[in-house]
Design a protein around this ligand. Sequence first.
Ligand code: SDX
Length: 435
Amino acid sequence: MSKKGNGDTATIIDNRTGEKHDFPILTGSAGPDVIDVRKLYAQTGLFTYDPGFKSTASCDSTITFIDGEKGILRHRGYAIEELAEKSNFLEVCYLLLYGDLPNSEQMNEFDGYITYHTLLHEQMYNFFKGFRRDSHPMAIMCGAAGALSAFYHDSTDINDPRCCEVATHRLIAKMPTIASVSYKYSVGQPFVYPRNDLSYSENFLHMMFSTPCEENGVNPVLARAMDRLLILHADHEQNASTSSVRLASSSDANPFACIAAGIASLWGPAHGGANEAVLNMLLEIGTKDRIPEFIKRAKDRNDPFRLMGFGHRVYKNYDPRAKVLKESCDEVLDELGVKNDPLLGLAMELERIALKDDYFIEKKLFPNVDFYSGIIYRAMGIPVSMFTVMFAMARTAGWVAQWKEMIADPTTTIGRPRQLYKGEVQRTYTPIGKR
Ligand code: SDX
């Protein structure tokens, strides 16, 4: 790699032709430099090849920085540990969207915008009634998010800054309402309307657990724990679902459709669906004496079983969010009088054994954000099928922030990857009678 002052370049030599091609090295404010290969195909006729994008930077961004080796996660320069301890979810939403922490006046104004967008169009409640009662809540979330573009068509014009602003507020504000409705529908209870006198997290717990017969007096410890869970899941650089939102947005699709793409991608058990899979795995393991059996299966290349909640594409150290969640487990379970929840004990024993095992040490597999979150959700009375909905509710903040950053970038162009073609090169059609 040749160093030419600040015009550093990387040189590719094609040993088939001896041709040399220099490509600029771009440097950010933190993290790895990048080789700018935008002109690679034009200059060499070659594509890069990187299925899974393990060595590919898809965009510039100023929102979230992760150092996977050191287990660092920062939003606009603020450490996740500090935000989880000192901030609140709506303030983190503001930080992700606008780049700085708000002053009191800005926070009150933003809080007001979000509060007054929590209601759903009354006609939309009929939309939910079209689903089967036993529909998975994530299926409803996917549908409802996309349907927002039908009910709020007045904020779908991505070329109108005011539309974009209102769309971001509507998405952040309405996700808890949609999430709680998808839960209420599944248990056959009436939908509960949001209240303007409650905080974001209090409102969600109110909509989830109140009924027309009884107001759910929100426990402040649970509301605080919920708020912290939302902060920890708010954004995470260019993960699969955020990349899905960006790719959908690159075709100038409307913001609601782009967020629906993100929800769909998040649902997979390799991504946001892992929190539900972790709980189901712990319930299947059942008791500590069965842990070795599952560790053995996780290490067996011929067994598709993986230790859910372990491993990460970027973190090759302990996920800083998992550390905060593990601490929160104790606080929430203690408050709920279930400190000795056998599932927490099982999870901690599973972690203890795995982190001593050479396989997990060599492959740098540590607990990730999904390992402990479900234990807290379950203790709060949230059903397992709602766990990924919780993730989607929080991640909507990051998705809309990344979407906003992308549509504001004048260099944004439609995302259109190429391929390494390995199929039949050319054949002529033969009539069916001659095949
Ligand atoms: C999230 O990207 C993000 O930022 C995501 C996220 C966010 O906030 O947006 O952080 C949220 O999605 C967290 C991850 C939740 N998923 C899980 O907990 C599912 C279990 N984890 C694995 O499926 C896996 O670790 C991934 C999908 C998370 C990461 O997969 P990679 O980076 O593609 O790594 P890999 O599959 O190539 O694994 C490398 C090796 C393999 O062994 P070898 O082929 O080298 O022999 O590690 C093994 C894997 O078999 N491995 C595991 C394992 N995870 C990886 N073996 C057992 N159990 C596991 N959990």
